[in-house]
Design a protein around this ligand. Structure first.
Ligand SMILES: [Zn+2]
Length: 646
């Protein structure tokens, strides 16, 4: 959820005409009028799909290339400069370009051919709280390029600016972007829709102490000189546009993979993610070559609101998975898997998010199985499926099918996480088990090839699967069974069960403790992985007696754990059980971590009682300056939902 309640600047008709396009010399269309071009060959499979979350009209005109020339200012918290868009006009008569923007301060817009420019009229519509502002550029006639001079605001929803105090090193400010779902429009005026793909290049200037990186061709040996050039030759949708800057150093993992992080984190992260090269090989073995050249991981400060973001060539990752025992590296397997499912074959609209996340979670689990064995992969599946069961409520039935109906998803940040990820992956496992693993692997590999560098809808997936999986494996999966996963709420009765012997042992230990108070011996729990601790806590009754929770904490020292997956489960249990001794550690946890998934369960548990809510509001007031707007939005919504306290 990403509720933005800030007052957004309303702008009206801006700027005068200096010269219309008729004055532009050398413009492609100036002599012979606009030419009609056939759509690019790879666009033929893209059916007309409307993106409810963008004002862009890609069937009229599509951006094919973006050139950024921006100056990065940590003091003002702005990016400012120009964005030049190359345009592919699809409609011969059209002369209007509609772009997405949110809180961008636009100075001038010019149209031209790259060497000669003329200022044109534009209008920024009043802002919609979710979609931002429709930016309409009125051209005299079709031009091959437009150049927008603009700056971002410090509150841009897609950027976070961190003071030195909010970083690990405490010396250099830091900034990073998070463009998914529809936040690229808050730092670049563009067609912010997955229906449009473009290449980009960028020239970024910054203070010398900052290393700047983008979702592009980062050079591990780049000199830190405050002047950076980037090139991204592969076409990407806008949500994969990314930038970060800070005191960042590089550590290689293999000759094509490495880690960027603050100096004190770099060695730890490189050790944690040492298996990245093997993960790349395992994924390539299943689904064909990695097509993005380098695969680097940028470890962000703890305020990063997500676990990871699959920015091409440069995954952004939370430091909360650097635990020292590689127990949470499925996050890297996940972001890497997006190099096939998501970045290569992209969902057409947010309604089709499962195509990115469900497929990716399935691939992630296969890679975990290949590297760490079936027992670990199964434990991870069981944990996620338990979360899924809790997520389904009568209130969100409309969001439970994988294919969400038009109009249901108001804010694309609001899609149900476990449904999109876990039910989606479960669907893939169902298909795999019905047709056989080798057959399903071949299907998925061919699917990634067929739709490479395209955005597709659920309908297109269905059509492809009908022809290349269901029809070619008669009698294995009926169309009704297939459709139930996509269009029905809940989990279909055909869902394959996954069990875990190691979790069975955890269940037995927990049951014995609950019934007789016999604590599981340290010799046993010493062998436990994060997954077993998570399952141990997940299976507890919703509240424990004061004696029980005190005994548990005394035995295992769970309060103060540095493992976020354990903390996000343990703290809500202590809150529900009235275990006030955990409060100082809870305050620390909520102040130090900004990853939304980890902090929200604790905020929600606190918000259940007046006393807890008071405590949560106190802690949040202190933590807020260090949090990302996305996390702030979620916490505010949780704490504001409650009736005012006396
Ligand atoms: Zn993902």
């Amino acid at each position: 959820m990403d509720l933005r309640c800030r007052v957004i600047r309303a702008t009206s008709l801006v700027l005068a005409v200096v010269g219309l396009l008729s004055t532009v010399g050398g413009c492609r269309q100036s002599s012979g009028g606009p030419e009609l071009k056939p759509p690019p060959a790879d666009a033929r499979a893209v059916a007309p799909t409307r993106d409810e979350h963008s004002y862009a009209q890609p069937d009229v005109v599509a951006v094919t290339h973006l050139a950024l020339d921006l100056s990065l200012d940590f003091v003002q918290k702005t990016l400012s400069g120009t964005a030049t868009l190359d345009l592919d006009w699809k409609n011969a008569a059209a002369t209007t370009l509609v772009l997405d923007s949110r809180q961008l301060l636009i100075d001038t817009i010019e149209a031209g051919d790259g060497s000669t420019w003329a200022t044109v009229l534009f209008e920024v519509a009043p802002s919609d709280p979710i979609l931002g502002s429709k930016l309409t550029v009125t051209l005299g006639r079709q031009a091959p390029k437009v150049r927008l001079r603009y700056r971002t605001v410090p509150e841009a929803s897609g950027l976070q600016w961190l003071t030195p105090a909010m970083t690990l090193g405490k010396k250099t400010p830091f900034m990073f972007s998070q463009s998914q779902q529809i936040h690229a429009r808050s730092w670049v005026p563009l067609q912010d829709t997955t229906l449009v793909r473009f290449t980009y290049d960028a020239h970024i200037t910054s203070p010398r102490q900052a290393m700047v990186l983008m979702s592009a061709d980062n050079d591990p040996a780049a000199a830190r000189d405050g002047d950076y050039i980037f090139r991204m030759p592969q076409r990407i949708p806008s949500y994969l546009l990314a930038i970060a800057a800070g005191d960042l150093v590089f550590r290689p993992i293999t000759d094509r993979a490495g880690v960027w992080a603050e100096p004190d984190m770099a060695a730890k992260a490189a050790a944690e993610f040492a298996d990245t090269g093997r993960m790349m090989e395992a994924t390539e073995q299943l689904y064909g070559p990695y097509r993005w050249d380098r695969y680097d991981i940028l470890v962000l400060p703890p305020s990063f609101p997500y676990g990871g973001m699959e920015n091409p060539r440069l995954t952004f990752a939370t430091p909360t998975v650097v635990t020292g025992d590689k127990s949470l590296v499925s996050l890297i397997a996940h972001e890497l898997a997006h190099s096939w499912s998501g970045n290569l074959v992209t969902f057409a609209t947010a309604k089709d998010a499962w195509l990115n996340e469900g497929t990716t979670n399935y691939v992630e689990n296969r890679v975990i199985e290949a590297l760490y064995g079936k027992a670990r992969a199964d434990m991870e599946k069981v944990i996620l499926r338990n979360e899924l069961k809790v997520e389904f409520t009568p209130a969100n039935v409309a969001l439970q099918p994988l294919a969400v109906k038009p109009g249901v998803l108001k804010d694309p940040d609001e899609n149900l996480t476990s449904t999109v990820y876990t039910k989606g992956a479960w669907f893939m496992q169902f298909l795999e088990e019905r047709v056989g693993r080798a057959e399903f692997d071949a299907f998925l590999k061919a699917y990634f090839d067929h739709f490479a560098f395209q955005s597709i809808s659920t309908d297109q997936f269905v059509e492809y699967a009908q022809a290349n999986l269901l029809a070619t494996h008669p009698g294995k999966v009926s169309r009704a069974e297939f459709d139930a996963w996509l269009y029905q709420p809940g989990v279909p009765s055909t869902a394959p069960e996954t069990t875990s012997a190691r979790f069975d042992a955890v269940d037995a230990g927990r049951k014995a403790w609950l019934e007789s108070g016999t604590i599981i011996p340290a010799a046993v729990t010493k062998q436990w992985t994060t997954q077993e601790w998570v399952h141990f806590i997940d299976g507890m009754p919703s509240t424990l007696t004061p004696a029980q929770i005190t005994a548990l904490d005394a035995a295992y020292k769970l309060t103060g754990t540095r493992n976020g997956e354990i903390a996000q489960r343990w703290y809500p249990l202590t809150i529900r059980s009235g275990y006030a001794a955990a409060r100082p550690a809870i305050a620390d946890f909520l102040s130090q971590i900004g990853r939304r998934k980890l902090v929200m369960p604790t905020y929600r548990a606190l918000a259940e009682t007046p006393d807890g809510l008071r405590f949560a509001r106190e802690v949040f007031a202190k933590a807020r300056p260090g949090l990302h707007p996305i996390t702030i939005g979620s916490v505010e919504a949780t704490l504001a939902d409650k009736p005012t306290l006396p």
